[in-house]
Design a protein around this ligand. Structure first.
Ligand SMILES: Cc1cc2nc3c(=O)[nH]c(=O)nc-3n(C[C@H](O)[C@H](O)[C@H](O)COP(=O)(O)OP(=O)(O)OC[C@H]3O[C@@H](n4cnc5c(N)ncnc54)[C@H](O)[C@@H]3O)c2cc1C
Length: 284
C-alpha cells in the first residue's frame, strides 16, 4: 500500500528537528532508518501529517567515549555499532546483540536509537541496553533530560519519549573487561526472537563478582532478571551455580502467548537460555 500524504522535512540540526516536531504537535513523526516506521506508514497504521527525517543530522551519529561512559548517537546504524571498536571494548554485550538483528540490509539502514524508540518488546537491543543500565538523552523544546533505561521502556511499543521529543544519544556505562553473551532463540535465521537473554558478567578469580541479565520478549517491556543476578553474585563461576541461578529467570515476567510459544514455554525458554547465556559469558 502507499502511505497517506505527509509533509517532509530533513533538518540539519537537532534544534531544528525539535522545532519542526513541536510546530506540528502530536501529529508529526520522526523517521530514522525507516525499517519499522515505513511498514507502519504503508499499512496506514499511522498517518502523520509531517515526517521529520533525522538522517541529515551528523551530530546524531557516531560512538565516542565520555569518561566512564560510552556515548552512542541515536542515528548510529546497527552496522556501525556492530563494527565499532569502542563498542566491542566497552560494551561487548551490545555488539553481540546487534550481530543478531535482522540481515545486512536492515542493519545498514536501521539505527540504534530507532530500535530503542520503537520499543518492540521482541527487539534485540532493548534488554542489553536495560541490563547495562544505559541512560537515554532526550531533547525537546524545554531542553534536554536524561531518562534511565529502567524508566524509558514503559509498555508495549511505548517509551517515556513525549511526542515532540527526540532521542539524541544513549550513554552506556562502560563494562570494560567484562565478558558477555546474547542468546537468541528464533525459528529462522534473521527473525525476531521468541525469547532472548542478554548476559554480562565480571569474573574475578573464578568468582562472579558482578552480573547483569536482561530478558527479551518476556513481558510488554524488556525485563531485568534481578533474582538471577542476585543469585549469581559472589558465587563460583560453575555450571551448577549458573543453572541454579537461572532457575529464577522467569520470576516477575509476564510473557506473551502467540503462534510461536505459549506462556509456559517462554518461561521454560527463559531458564534454559539464561543458563546458556551466563555460562557462555562466564566461559564455563
Ligand atoms: C525485515 C526486518 C527484520 C528485522 N529484524 C529484527 C530483529 O531480528 N531484531 C530486532 O531487534 N529488530 C529487527 N528489525 C527492526 C530493526 O532493528 C529497526 O532498525 C528498528 O526497529 C527501527 O530502527 P529505525 O532506525 O529503522 O527506526 P524507524 O523505523 O525510522 O523508527 C521507528 C520508530 O521510532 C521513532 N524514532 C526513531 N528514531 C527516533 C529518535 N531518535 N527519537 C525519537 N523517536 C525516534 C520513529 O518515530 C518510529 O516511531 C527488523 C526490521 C526489518 C524490516
Amino acid at each position: 500500500m502507499i502511505p497517506a500524504a505527509f509533509d517532509y522535512v530533513a533538518p540539519s540540526t537537532v534544534d531544528d528537528a525539535v522545532r519542526a516536531l513541536s510546530e506540528a504537535g502530536e501529529d508529526a513523526k520522526v523517521i530514522a532508518g525507516g525499517q519499522s516506521l515505513m511498514p507502519v506508514l504503508r499499512m496506514r497504521l499511522a498517518a502523520p501529517s509531517k515526517i521529520v527525517d533525522l538522517g541529515r543530522i551528523p551530530a546524531l551519529r557516531g560512538v565516542r567515549e565520555d569518561g566512564d561512559f560510552l556515548v552512542i548517537g541515536a542515528m548510529t546504524t546497527h552496522y556501525e555499532v556492530q563494527r565499532d571498536p569502542l563498542v566491542h571494548e566497552h560494551a561487548t554485550l551490545l555488539a553481540l546483540a546487534t550481530d543478531t538483528v535482522a540481515d545486512p540490509q536492515v542493519r545498514h539502514r536501521g539505527t540504534f536509537g530507532g530500535a530503542l524508540a520503537h520499543a518492540d518488546p521482541a527487539g534485540d537491543l532493548l534488554a542489553p541496553t536495560l541490563a547495562l543500565d544505559a541512560e537515554m538523552v532526550v531533547r525537546g523544546m524545554d531542553g534536554t533530560r536524561t531518562v534511565p533505561a529502567a524508566e524509558f521502556f514503559s509498555d508495549f511499543f511505548t517509551t517515556a519519549l513525549r511526542p515532540t521529543e527526540i532521542l539524541v544519544e544513549v550513554r552506556v556505562p562502560k563494562t570494560t573487561g567484562w565478558s558477555a553473551h546474547y542468546e537468541k532463540f528464533n525459528r529462522v535465521a534473521q527473525a525476531w526472537p521468541i525469547v532472548a537473554v542478554a548476559a554480562a558478567v565480571r569474573v574475578d578469580g573464578g568468582t562472579i563478582a558482578e552480573a547483569r541479565v536482561g530478558l527479551t520478549n518476556m513481558a510488554s517491556t524488556p525485563v531485568r532478571a534481578t533474582a538471577v543476578e542476585q543469585a549469581l553474585v559472589g558465587q563460583p563461576a560453575s555450571a551448577d551455580t549458573i543453572r541454579a541461578a537461572a532457575a529464577h529467570a522467569a520470576e516477575g515476567t509476564s510473557p506473551p502467548a502467540d503462534g510461536n510459544a505459549d506462556v509456559a514455554y517462554r518461561q521454560h525458554l527463559a531458564q534454559v537460555l539464561t543458563t546458556r547465556a551466563v555460562a557462555a559469558a562466564a566461559g564455563v
